[in-house]
Design a protein around this ligand. Structure first.
Ligand SMILES: Cc1cc2nc3c(=O)[nH]c(=O)nc-3n(C[C@H](O)[C@H](O)[C@H](O)COP(=O)(O)OP(=O)(O)OC[C@H]3O[C@@H](n4cnc5c(N)ncnc54)[C@H](O)[C@@H]3O)c2cc1C
Ligand code: SF4
Length: 325
């Protein structure tokens, strides 16, 4: 690991001033950053420990849940308001990592975690995300766990965060502080497709900091849930996951939100596909039409094609939960 400077600011202004240095990185729980520093994938000259900033609150006010960027994944997952009014958030968080990691991991860090692509994490291989222009060995290599949606010729790395998928289904927004104040970005616009610059993963600019998330408290959110399919029952990233919420009126769909994880280079949602379900009874044929539209842009490889069947099955399962018995 390369030597680095270490600072522990106590105010947001102080933190932002430190993070203005181009070689600075924010440190929250450290469960991703420290790993990547040990691997030499990240080599900041300045580490800014933001742990002393007052950004860990979880409050419900004015019809919206506000979650501080430093709220721990475990604290959010067990919060009584989250459990009763935003169950998909709790289920997504509890499906991730391990109890110990969730106790350390922050919400901001979770959204900003880097891909688990093995080529990205090893200096033995080129990687466009680690060294722009060096190539993407995953395209022709071991790609069973890589993305099928939103890929480019330059990168097919899958987006790793579970809770980002739930936040997408719940129409959350991200508050980002920078030198010119705080801006609010819909989570749907937060992640960037890899295109020809896979190194740029989110709209967060150097020198900016996520300060909190806002999640609208809606009747739909209280009906939400999260299902994660993976190679083993815990301590594993998603092969396919679904965050879904449905409101039925008179036996047909009045409102619906479905986001999927494990398949996209970014958390994936298609509002056009959702509109196909409005006014429909939730029969298998309607759900299949929805899945056909949702997965139509997929570009699978022979080794990750299985994810399409997993996602379809998970969507059927989650939408079937909302049918009247
Ligand atoms: C073994 C293991 C298994 C895991 N399994 C899962 C899983 O199944 N599902 C899942 O979703 N996640 C999983 N994770 C990832 C885990 O959720 C993240 O490591 C964690 O959420 C990151 O939070 P942190 O506070 O530790 O971030 P840090 O490691 O401190 O930071 C991560 C990145 O975010 C940046 N950052 C941190 N806070 C902010 C902020 N407020 N604003 C801007 N940038 C910020 C840092 O600079 C850094 O680049 C796993 C991790 C491990 C180690
Ligand atoms: S998929 Fe992306 S992260 Fe993985 S090797 Fe290719 S460029 Fe790098």
């Amino acid at each position: 690991m390369r030597p680095f400077e270490f600072h522990r600011p106590t105010s947001l202004d102080e933190a932002l001033a430190l993070l203005a240095r181009p070689d600075a990185r924010a440190l929250a729980g450290g469960t991703t950053l420290v790993d990547l520093m040990k691997l030499g994938v990240e080599a900041p000259g300045l580490v800014v420990d933001i742990g002393r900033l007052p950004l860990a609150g979880i409050t419900l006010e004015s019809g919206s849940l506000r979650i501080g960027a430093l709220a721990r994944n475990s604290a959010v997952a067990r919060d009584s308001v989250v459990l009763s009014q935003f169950p998909a958030l709790s289920e997504a968080l509890l499906s991730g990592a391990s109890g110990q990691i969730r106790n350390a991991a922050s919400m901001g860090g979770n959204l900003m975690q880097r891909t688990r692509c093995a080529y990205f994490r090893s200096h033995d291989w080129p990687c466009n995300k680690r060294v722009p222009g060096s190539g993407c060995p995953a395209r022709e290599g071991a790609n069973a766990h890589h993305a099928v949606l939103g890929t480019s010729d330059h990168c097919i790395a899958v987006s790793p965060s579970d809770v980002a998928v739930a936040l997408l289904a719940l129409d959350a927004s991200v508050a980002i502080a920078g030198p010119r104040g705080v801006r609010h970005v819909a989570i749907a616009d937060f992640y960037r497709l890899p295109g020809d610059t896979p190194v740029i993963e989110t709209v967060v600019q150097p020198g900016e900091l996520i300060v909190h998330l806002d999640v609208p408290a809606t009747a739909l959110a209280t009906r939400s849930g999260y299902l994660k399919l993976r190679g083993r029952a815990s301590y594993e990233f998603a092969s396919a996951s679904v965050a879904a919420a449905v409101k039925l009126e008179g036996g047909v769909v009045a409102e619906v939100a479905v986001a999927i994880g494990g398949l996209g280079t970014v958390p994936w949602r298609d509002r056009g596909a959702e509109r196909l379900l409005i006014g429909e009874a939730l029969g298998d044929a309607a759900v299949d039409r929805f899945c056909d539209a949702l997965l139509a842009p997929a570009r699978p490889t022979p080794d990750n094609r299985y994810k399409l069947d997993l996602a379809r099955g998970a969507v059927h399962h989650m939408l079937a939960r909302s049918r009247p018995c």
